[in-house]
Ligand binder design. Sequence first.
Ligand SMILES: Nc1nc2c(c(=O)[nH]1)N[C@H]1C(S)=C(S)[C@@H](COP(=O)(O)OP(=O)(O)OC[C@H]3O[C@@H](n4cnc5c(=O)[nH]c(N)nc54)[C@H](O)[C@@H]3O)O[C@H]1N2
Ligand SMILES: Nc1nc2c(c(=O)[nH]1)N[C@H]1C(S)=C(S)[C@@H](COP(=O)(O)OP(=O)(O)OC[C@H]3O[C@@H](n4cnc5c(=O)[nH]c(N)nc54)[C@H](O)[C@@H]3O)O[C@H]1N2
Ligand SMILES: [Mo]
Length: 806
Amino acid sequence: MRRQDRIAEPWGTRTPYGPGDTWPVRTDMYLDGVDPADVDRWVRSASVLHSNGDALDIAVSDGRMVGVRGRADDRINRGRLDPKDLFGWQANGSGDRLTRPLIRRDGALVETDWDTAMAAIVAHSRALLRADGPSSIGFYTSGQLFLEEYYTLAVLARAGIGTNHVDGNTRLCTATAAEALKQSFGCDGQPGSYTDVDHADVIALYGHNVAETQSVLWARILDRLAGPNPPAIICVDPRRTEVAAHATVHLAPLPGTNVALMNGLLHEIVAGAGVDHRYVEANTVGFAELRDLVAGYPPERVAGICGVAADDIRAAGRILSGARRLLSTVLQGFYQSHQATTAAVQVNNVHLIRGMLGEPGCGVLQMNGQPTAQNTRECGADGDVAGFRNWANPAHVAQLAGVWNVEPERLDHDGPPTDVMAMMRLAERATLRMLWVSATNPLVSLPDAARIRSILRRDGLFLVVQDMFRTETAECADVVLPAAGWGEKTGCFTNADRTVHLSDKAVDPPGDARSDLDIFLDYARRMDFRDRDDRPLVTWTDPETAFDAWKRCSAGRPCDYTGLTHARLRAGSGLQWPCDDAHPEGTERLYRDGRFWSAPDYCESYGKDLLTGEPMSADDYRAYNPDGKAMIKAAPYTPADETPDDSYPLALITGRTLYHFHTRTKTARAAQLNAAASEVWVEVSTADAGELGLGEGDLVEVSTRRGTVRARARVSGIRPGVVFLPFHYGYWDVEDSGHDRAANELTRTAWDPASKQPIFKLAAARLRRIAAGDGPAPAPTVGASAPVAAEVPATTGGRAAMVTES
Ligand SMILES: Nc1nc2c(c(=O)[nH]1)N[C@H]1C(S)=C(S)[C@@H](COP(=O)(O)OP(=O)(O)OC[C@H]3O[C@@H](n4cnc5c(=O)[nH]c(N)nc54)[C@H](O)[C@@H]3O)O[C@H]1N2
Ligand SMILES: Nc1nc2c(c(=O)[nH]1)N[C@H]1C(S)=C(S)[C@@H](COP(=O)(O)OP(=O)(O)OC[C@H]3O[C@@H](n4cnc5c(=O)[nH]c(N)nc54)[C@H](O)[C@@H]3O)O[C@H]1N2
Ligand SMILES: [Mo]
């Protein structure tokens, strides 16, 4: 047993291993002021503060959560936990949880009871349905609820209300992951598996700061790097992340140039004889177009566009061409930037032309971000249709109507489900009159915050907010519903590599708070939604019966859950879908035999034009991919429409730090995490700091054409010409809200044409020094935010952050 300050050493002690070996176990545990002997019960769960799916048990003593312990027998983390997993649970016990419903009376939110709150929502829904029809009502949910909750929401919204306006914050997060998978493979579903880390000889990370955002997965990679025959690492990120620091080749492109870089890498693979022509011929369509297009992207041209060295592109190209087991991961540096879907699809293309899919070590992980985003997509609680069905295929719509026993016309709409940016526009124009927001905080997380504030505060919009805390968004609501959180309710969820975990209820929620499932079920009951035989539309009553209903919906579809039960998930620790009669133990890797879910009658999507987002018709798809192969799709680089200029000479990117989760409703309420990153900062390169006369810790204004944020400067290893702001800091924990703290004051109303994911990572900005600092910036000293100045004291958590490893 070892004790360690896990704020200072977030990745813990190394347990090296070699290719093909099993990742050794290391069990991490944190208990707050109690002995292991005093723990009454350990309750089975997994982390909900990222998409990694770290399995853990919650320690309960005297009916309270008192700590967590990683689960050693789980395939994902083999016992390890990251700092957010270890300390974040403390937020549940925070004294400022929402405990009673709130309703707006004479302009102010006042406490009320559930009957009054729900009656107000039901009265509004009924009046709007009568006067304006289903399209006046919208639902905006999360990537943080449980599968059972999303499924219930999808059924009541789509079949009960009959609206097409249902989306999740997954739109901000993994809409591009889903779209890239649909574009290349005809369907969502992660081809790879985390065990690919155990086998790979090359790991390429594209816009993915895994060290800070899926720290346990990074610990797995670090253990490979510390063992025999370590993999080569390729890192594509404009910041000097921990991944970059360990990379064989670090490419730091100018923000917004990912597609040029990818076309350059594909050029090198094609030119360097890296193409597996047998695989391409047997399993794909579209190679010739890609070959012809990337011929126009030799390293020198790409180097000029991306601001990287041509030799580095060549070096990376050689490594990719020579890889025998290549694992690639993609995340927000691609998904939230310019040409998002196009860039992500090019990573799929690398694997398709190299013939590296489905074998150990040969995986693509078009990553998720949020813990349960995969379920939002599977259940159709966002812009997808339940069970990865194709909205443009009438047979799929009819089949779903059959599952729900409603008339197909009820689910039939002119276009795909509405994305949240379009919903905001409808609300702005007063076409959307009621919006029900669950488990997301759009006032801080949507781009162009000033515009979002004005939309969500409109008098004509009836806003329902369902949350654990009184967030910035809750402050604008007409009705606030207090939700039970993780650990206070039962449900299951699926991580980024299709592993399903069950999370059991450990403790009671505070006050009158209720689970999201119970809230949705109560609404369905009160609205008296009926099926076509005039029986209740929603027939289930608890997590387990909701899960069984979902299983029927998933049957025969790619995300088949029919082999899973709550009992089975409770007995083991994590199973990967599809899990059905043909795959009773789940499925580790998809597309092993070059068989894809892309047949015209089965696929989730007919695809879109990468540059315009224009959907392909069923007939065109049938002609293009009649045999259901993988699709190699090429597109040129196009410059972004907002790039640095004379007035705004810097490229602003935004993102995360290791110690905080999103809008910090949980992590700011855990003392160790909050202290590790207590205030907003801005990262600036040494060169730019020199030019601006900026020193470490100085107070600066960061401005774009949308607004201004004040932050302390951290002089870091970021590439010159680029500045970085963490987007975690909103206004709930500051007295005076001058709206000068949230990164989204600076971002634009702009999105990727294919995935409709907003562009959070590219804006033209300028910096102005306001005052000298009285010390270093309040930024972490590990990871990408590490200072270049050696004298900045290291971030530590001290005694309060001591964790045991065994
Ligand atoms: N600690 C922590 N972990 C989290 C979360 C959290 O809030 N905190 N959130 C979870 C969620 S929901 C998500 S979506 C994931 C996100 O996980 P990541 O995608 O890993 O995190 P980000 O910091 O958003 O962005 C990753 C990197 O993209 C780089 N980048 C910016 N612009 C570009 C570009 O043009 N090209 C390239 N190649 N790179 C660029 C940034 O420098 C940054 O290091 O993290 C999950 N895990
Ligand atoms: N500038 C910029 N903006 C970004 C990003 C970026 O990189 N840069 N990243 C984007 C991404 S990837 C994401 S995922 C979003 C995240 O953005 P949000 O979803 O807005 O962020 P969270 O703070 O996670 O909000 C989740 C809310 O749900 C509540 N909650 C937690 N658990 C439960 C529950 O069980 N039930 C209920 N009812 N409520 C619960 C929390 O208290 C919190 O208020 O931000 C996006 N915005
Ligand atoms: Mo996300």
